[in-house]
Ligand binder design. Structure first.
Ligand code: TYD
Length: 211
């Protein structure tokens, strides 16, 4: 796997979307082939599962199993082949979101999520390494500010309509994931102007030698 895999994380309203597009442009300007994708989703099957996860009420275990089922299909059909071709994969959310939302947010068992992670992300190339992002940009924004940004922005889905306390737990989940893997993570202060956030994003990617 010679490609570059970057994931984007944060609570709803943290403002990662525009920066994903900008980063795609930066890579393309250097002649790299970029696959822009998202989770849950990224394949026809996984997009169907996304609709269920985002709209239908279900318990936290069902939710975790569906997002990991979607992820398995996404890795096999899209992510692993693109990385094997040496491309850049920019993924709007990945497994850290499952630990943050289903684990910390909804209270599903963290250890079980780790087991699912090791099954689902087993590398198709049999190397024994897991398919993991080379870099995860965590857009960190206080839940109170994210709530203001989301208010009235659009019709909220199942997660976006959760109370602020839920997003405080989700943010704690991201902080735990960062603490467990500081090499992979870059924390981006999302409570700044878009230009300042972009500058930090570029800096984080450059310091890894990817741009
Ligand atoms: P999001 O990425 O915010 O997309 P959009 O900008 O289109 O709303 O929406 C995805 C939602 O799914 C978000 O609320 C987080 C949630 N989610 C999980 O709960 N678990 C997961 O594993 C993933 C990938 C996402």
């Amino acid at each position: 796997m010679n490609g570059t895999f970057i994931s984007f994380e944060g609570i709803d309203g943290a403002g990662k979307s525009t920066h994903i597009d900008s980063l795609a442009q930066s890579f393309r300007a250097q002649g790299r082939v970029v696959t822009l994708t998202r989770e849950p989703g990224g394949t026809p099957l996984a997009e169907q599962l996304r609709q269920m996860v985002l709209n239908d009420p279900m318990d936290a275990m069902t939710e975790a199993l569906l997002v990991f089922a979607a992820r398995r299909d996404h890795i096999r059909q899209v992510i692993a082949p693109a990385l094997a071709r040496g491309e850049v994969v920019l993924c709007d959310r990945f497994t850290d979101a499952t630990f943050a939302y289903q684990g910390a947010g909804r209270g599903f068992d963290w250890q079980t999520l780790s087991v699912l992670e090791s099954w689902v992300q087993a590398n198709p190339d049999q190397s024994g390494r897991l398919v993991q992002p080379d870099l995860t940009l965590w857009f960190d924004l206080p839940a109170s500010i994210a709530a203001q940004r989301l208010a009235g922005a659009r019709v909220p889905d199942k997660f976006e309509s959760q109370p602020q306390a839920f997003f405080e737990k989700v943010a704690n989940g991201y902080a735990l994931r960062l603490a467990a893997d500081t090499e992979r993570f870059a924390r981006i202060d999302a409570n700044q102007t878009p230009a300042a956030v972009w500058s930090d994003v570029e800096q984080a990617v450059r310091s890894k030698g990817f741009l």
